[in-house]
Design a binder for this molecule. Structure first.
Ligand code: NIG
Ligand code: FE
Length: 392
């Protein structure tokens, strides 16, 4: 039987209507809005005084409501932590891709229940902070068996699962890189393909170079699997250029860009996914978000939640950093964390609350979404709904 829930008493509603032609820096929050949720979707949206009859009413007592965050970049299937590495980094040791191998060893040694439990714990943590959609990568298994089990867990627990067998070259292949790349693009991808929504490569010094990245991307393309890339994180490199050339869904990190990279992203549908929690947690310079936005590139914000470069699950923290450190306007940041993430995952039903969207929203203990950045570090998320059901 159909059940209609009327959400009312909204102090400020951010709809993010993708059809509305408006200034991206000023989402269209409007007062006295209400909406109806039916079958997990937004069935009606308008002024409260015009609201249709419903089976149930939820009065949010003047709080702000936003679309749930779409965290389009996370690495949740792992065991152990690297707090000691973080501590060393904060006192001078630079971040390097090699730290990933520590997590690979812990992940291989963990049983399935431990890995699944960790993913669920992090998703709950994310939900409590307003996140309703999570993309999750593998990349800490690096054997056919361990990548396959990580991807199956990611696929079962998360909204999008990405195969990242080409994260680093595992220690046992250090002297036989070409052989490992062959394994990734052959048997490993064969085993993982049925569960892979995307294939990703860490294209970076200390990880995979251009030729190796092309080999993996070609193998993904040959199987019809869409791609995304870790690009230009630790230094300038070919990653962004390759992402655009291959029509990747997103180029992630984008910390070190030249003018040609910015232009290439602006002229393509590839989303530039910025991960400011990484720069915060590795004490690195932030990406030039303004250059990307001013050139017209599509920008997403995500956490990159992982045990090494950035162990935060908090989209509100990323929003605060984007505004304070990358000079995004609060409206641009909110959009990038919702609609931007949805675009990076090829989803038109997420990241907004226009009629027909999935009923994924967060109620804030604040009169406006601006408080997410204005009150950094404060737990402002009151309640969270996904598919029309309360999850936090
Ligand atoms: O996105 N860049 C590659 N992978 C992760 C880091 C993983 C790690 O340090 O464990 C990232 O930052
Ligand atoms: Fe990452």
């Amino acid at each position: 039987m159909r059940h209609a829930l009327l959400v009312t008493g909204i102090g400020e509603l951010t709809v993010n209507d993708p059809q509305a032609v408006d200034d991206a820096s000023r989402p269209e929050p409007y007062a006295d809005a209400a909406f109806v949720v039916e079958d997990g979707r937004i069935a009606w949206l308008g002024h409260a005084f015009e609201a249709p009859a419903a089976d149930e009413r939820l009065d949010v007592a003047g709080r702000a409501v936003i679309p749930g965050f779409v965290d389009s970049h996370a690495h949740l299937v792992f065991a152990g932590d690297r707090a000691a590495e973080f501590s060393a980094r904060m006192t001078g040791t630079p971040y390097s891709a090699g730290g990933i191998r520590t997590t690979v060893a812990a992940t291989r040694a963990a049983d399935d229940e431990t890995l699944r439990g960790n993913v669920r714990r992090l998703i709950r943590e994310m939900a409590r902070q307003g996140t309703t959609t999570v993309e999750c990568k593998t990349g800490y298994g690096l054997t056919v068996e361990d990548e396959l089990r990580a991807l199956r867990i990611a696929k079962e627990e998360c909204d999008a699962a990405t195969f990242l067998g080409a994260h680093v070259v595992p220690a046992e292949y250090a002297e036989r890189r070409a052989e490992y790349v062959k394994l990734v693009r052959g048997p490993m991808l064969d085993a993982c393909a049925p569960y892979a929504d995307y294939v990703d490569v860490f294209c970076e010094r200390g990880a995979y170079d251009e030729a190796e990245t092309r080999l993996v991307l070609d193998a993904a393309k040959a199987r019809g699997i869409p791609v995304r890339l870790h690009a230009n994180q630790l230094g300038h490199g070919p990653g962004v250029r390759l992402a655009v050339e291959y029509g990747a869904a997103s180029a992630d990190h984008c910390t070190h860009l030249d003018a040609a990279d910015v232009e290439a992203l602006a002229g393509s549908p590839t989303v530039a996914t910025l991960l400011p929690g990484v720069e915060f947690s590795t004490r690195s310079p932030y990406p030039d978000a303004r250059a990307l936005l001013d050139a017209g590139a599509r920008v997403a914000l995500a956490t990159d939640c992982n045990p090494g470069s950035c162990y935060t699950s908090s989209m509100p923290l990323c929003l605060a950093l984007a505004v304070r450190e990358m000079r995004m306007s609060p409206g641009e940041a909110l959009r990038a964390a919702t609609l931007g993430g949805a675009a990076a995952l090829g989803r038109t039903d997420l990241g907004h609350l226009a009629t027909g969207a999935r009923a994924d929203f967060a109620v804030l203990d604040a009169p406006s979404f601006l408080h997410l950045m204005y009150r950094p570090g404060v737990p402002l998320v009151h309640s969270v709904w996904k598919n029309g059901t309360r999850i936090a």
